[in-house]
Design a protein around this ligand. Sequence first.
Ligand SMILES: NC(=O)C1=CN([C@@H]2O[C@H](COP(=O)(O)OP(=O)(O)OC[C@H]3O[C@@H](n4cnc5c(N)ncnc54)[C@H](OP(=O)(O)O)[C@@H]3O)[C@@H](O)[C@H]2O)[C@@H](O)CC1
Ligand SMILES: Nc1ncnc2c1ncn2[C@@H]1O[C@H](COP(=O)(O)OP(=O)(O)O)[C@@H](O)[C@H]1O
Ligand SMILES: [K+]
Length: 540
Amino acid sequence: MAPPTPSVNALALEQSAVLTRNEHISQIIVTATQMRDIEARIFAAGMPVSALMEKVAGLIARRIQDILGQDCISSRVGILTGPGHNGGDALVVARELHFMGYEVWIYSPFDKLKELTSQHLQYAQSLGIPCYQDIEQLSDCDVLVDGLFGFGLERKITEPIASAINQLNEWGKPIISIDLPSGLHTDTGEVLGTAIRATYTFCLGLWKQGLLQDQALDYVGKVELIDFDIPLADVLAVLGDTPEIKRITRAAALSTLPLPRPPVTHKYKEGHLLLICGSRRYAGGAILTALGARGSGVGMLSIAVPESLKHLLVSHLPEALVIGCPETETGAIAQLQLPDNTDLSSFSAIACGPGLTKDATSIVEEVLTSDRPLILDADGLNILAQLGTIPTLQKRQSATILTPHTGEFSRLFPDVADAKHDRVKAVREASAQSGAVVLLKGARTAIANPQGSVWINPESTPALARGGSGDVLTGLLGGLLAQVVNKEIPIEDIVATAAWWHAQAGILAARERTELGVDAFTLSQYLLGVLNAEGRGGVI
Ligand SMILES: NC(=O)C1=CN([C@@H]2O[C@H](COP(=O)(O)OP(=O)(O)OC[C@H]3O[C@@H](n4cnc5c(N)ncnc54)[C@H](OP(=O)(O)O)[C@@H]3O)[C@@H](O)[C@H]2O)[C@@H](O)CC1
Ligand SMILES: Nc1ncnc2c1ncn2[C@@H]1O[C@H](COP(=O)(O)OP(=O)(O)O)[C@@H](O)[C@H]1O
Ligand SMILES: [K+]
């Protein structure tokens, strides 16, 4: 089924909306240290710790009730409680669920508890809620609430808790984790020994960085933010001048789109993108990149390919200006042969790389010297790694954007932090080192600018783990960049918008066609549907 057509008016309205508190909060990502500092300000201002715990746990209990359903009061709920305030939250949830009529059993394996947590345990027991130190006692529960550890976990989980967690995971029952699945590092998402595999995670107050790291995704389940009205002023006071880490939200992404178009315009005013891509060996990559660019709405598209691919490209993209270039024996572009009166500075932006093969070295050298904003992807990145010219990127007159997957990333930045361990740190270091905006692809694509600001795309689909979907992204990003590059929008915001748009197209396509139905060509056909304000129900 074809994706629905966009409603531009609704979209424009959405773009013009001011950033509300909720929108602001939904963009913010914090580390454990930042969360602790924000919490300290709230307490210092007079909010009692116990009152905040009541408020937070009350919200959690009501959300659990929504999930379990009012008519399921026969459900037996197991509450896993740790020694800190995550355990305290869980114990308040236990009490509230008990009063709602659920049968509640508590697992409390620690002898030493924080004072507030200890008081809540004492009260829960006084109400007659059974409490056990042996996890086996909870094997008959229908659902489990995980309050073992929250953002206070800093060291590896040891026995006997490690075995208890492994046992819980083996049972395969639904688990709702409070704040984050116990065992995950709050910042890196690393598994500290072992970790709860949650069905739901209710992240408290502000998004924790670890929940948006690829290595955490097998554990977090469906993640929701429980907003408990942290004052924005406290958040901003703590985050202050430190470079931000932000979630890409729909509103943020839409605000950089070139919509609505001015009524009086022409094709060159709406951006002229030069794509340099393809080889005899990789013809399809050039088509997919070009289809991504088409989906961006760019005013004018020129595509430089080896001469032998020219007719193929023309037949797929009749609107594009296809430039056939002399080719090497292996069928790579040997030299750029732009039309008369045209040089690289004639274009609004250049995207170079998909399907080039490593034989197109001179082409990458040439585009690096241009004064235009430049995206390097795929073999463009491999050639860059071979050239060893990353330090010279700083000297380019315009922005450079690098879009590696983790393999390309480690070839490009061998001495940067391990991208598998902490993608936020890795992408920041790579951007600082190169002076380029770096987009590190993955399940949660991360984008950094050289000043250390990071955007993370919080929603995507494994349907995109398919050959060619990265080519579509390069074309889409190129087309968007060409259109808005002169509008004083930060480059990383443009890159973030393209990453969001690409992922949302994947989500939309997967919803209609399953996760197995999103080949790269299909993906390119769903780009338009993402912008459809009316038909977006559930897309975000
Ligand atoms: N931010 C907010 O505004 C709000 C926060 N709230 C809640 O507070 C939570 C944070 O609470 P928290 O700071 O008490 O830490 P938490 O995660 O419960 O665990 C740390 C405890 O575990 C211990 N411990 C650590 N590692 C261990 C190990 N490997 N094996 C064994 N023990 C280990 C450590 O003791 P230690 O031995 O290190 O002294 C400490 O006692 C947060 O996630 C949220 O749920 C809400 O109530 C209200 C609003
Ligand atoms: N598990 C996943 N979940 C979400 N997105 C994914 C996943 N795996 C890959 N992607 C996305 O798919 C694209 C793959 O790009 P890339 O590896 O360059 O593929 P290709 O070179 O074949 O086009 C990237 O945008 C990446 O973020
Ligand atoms: K937890």
